[in-house]
Structures are given as structure tokens and as C-alpha cells.
Design a protein around this ligand. Structure first.
Ligand code: ZN
Length: 215
């Protein structure tokens, strides 16, 4: 039970307690403990009231509940207020990964030492996307042209079954912004260009190869 096997459906896949905690904590920061409890109740996650999931890799939150929780953040706060919250959540997730996945990033630092910035970004992005596929059990496809890396997330869960005129998947944008700062010490344009919330077949993101010019 709860073990990920080949052919496991998205409903059976569970994300680690550490990631669930980051989003719960972000919600609590924004609306306090009572707000968080209301949020958990609405998301069908009452079991976590006063009982946060373990701060480690233990598979904890089923994907469908995770997806509903993210959708609920957007529903509850509105797109305008949910955006900074979810961007921040994405950035915190990167910081967490940096501290807790030394094999993913520490080693990459050594191995990419003599690469160009673009080579470095490509190398690290490939590893990160492979890790994300494992973590969330949905395809993350990397392509590129001269100016941008493009990432397609199929069966994207960040938009949480919502409908909007806008792109709604901010957590990975925050994550990749922070990752790009870590790699190049500069800001790069990171944005979602097509979202399932808008009716697209998958969610697509771009990351500029060149840093933004300093303001
Ligand atoms: Zn999206």
C-alpha cells in the first residue's frame, strides 16, 4: 500500500512530508493558525491540524489532495494574493532541496565547475527535472532554442483543475527563479507561457538563457 510501482496512478503517488509542510507553513504565515486550520479542513486534510507531516522524504500527501490544496490556495486568496504566496513557496522549495539533496546540487557544483553558464544551466536543469518527475510522477520535458530553455509539464497539478484567463502555475516559476540565481548569481526571466487553466493541453514555461540586464 502506498508504494510507488510502475503503472502507479497519480492518485496513488504521494509527495514527501517536507514539501507539504512548506506549503502549509506558507499558508499559516499569510493567514495565521486559524486560517491554516480552516484551509486544511476545506482541503480534506483535517488529519494535519496540529499535526504537521514529517519534515523529511516520507511519502505523505496523495497527489490528488496536493493538487486540490494548491487549487484551494488560489480559490481562497484570489489570483492576485495567491501569486506571491505560491512564488515564495516555490523559492522555499528550492532552498529546501539545496540543503537536503546534496547529491543533486553539491555534486552538480563540482561537475559543472568548468562549464559555460549555459552548459551549467542545462546540466542542472536536466537533473532537477528528472528529480521533479520522480517527486511528482508527471512528465517534465525539456527543449530549447537559442534564447530559452522550455519546460513542458504534462498532467500539470499546479493549476489544480482551475480555469482562468491567466497562467496559474507559480510554484515552479519561483523554484526555477531561485535555482537560476543560485547557478548564475543573476536574475533570469522565468515565466509560464501556456497553462492548462487556460485550456492548453499542458503547461509550458520558459527560462531565458541570458540574464536580465540589471535594473
Ligand atoms: Zn499551468
Amino acid at each position: 500500500m502506498g508504494v510507488l510501482r510502475h503503472g502507479a496512478t497519480m492518485e496513488e503517488h504521494k509527495i514527501p512530508g517536507s514539501l507539504a509542510r512548506i506549503i502549509f507553513n506558507s499558508v499559516e504565515e499569510q493567514i495565521g493558525e486559524h486560517g491554516l486550520n480552516m484551509f486544511l479542513t476545506k482541503a480534506g486534510l483535517e488529519a494535519y491540524i496540529d499535526n504537521l507531516p514529517p519534515d523529511d522524504d516520507t511519502p505523505t500527501l496523495p497527489m490528488d489532495k496536493f493538487k486540490r490544496a494548491i487549487g484551494l490556495v488560489i480559490d481562497l486568496f484570489g489570483e492576485k494574493a495567491a501569486r506571491p504566496l505560491l512564488l515564495r513557496w516555490g523559492r522555499l522549495t528550492f532552498t529546501y532541496a539545496l540543503e537536503n539533496k546534496p547529491t543533486l546540487f553539491g555534486l552538480a557544483g563540482v561537475m559543472t565547475k568548468f562549464m559555460s553558464d549555459e552548459g551549467k544551466i542545462r546540466f542542472i536543469l536536466k537533473r532537477v527535472l528528472k528529480e521533479s518527475e520522480k517527486l511528482y510522477n508527471v512528465p517534465h520535458i525539456l527543449t530549447e532554442n537559442d534564447a530559452y530553455f522550455q519546460i513542458e509539464i504534462q498532467n500539470c497539478f499546479y493549476c489544480g483543475d482551475l480555469t482562468s484567463q491567466n497562467c496559474l502555475c507559480w510554484p515552479p516559476v519561483g523554484f526555477w527563479e531561485k535555482m537560476m540565481e543560485w547557478i548564475s548569481q543573476q536574475h533570469h526571466e522565468v515565466k509560464e507561457i501556456e497553462c492548462m487553466a487556460q485550456g492548453a493541453v499542458s503547461c509550458k514555461f520558459i527560462i531565458s538563457k541570458k540574464p536580465l540586464s540589471p535594473e
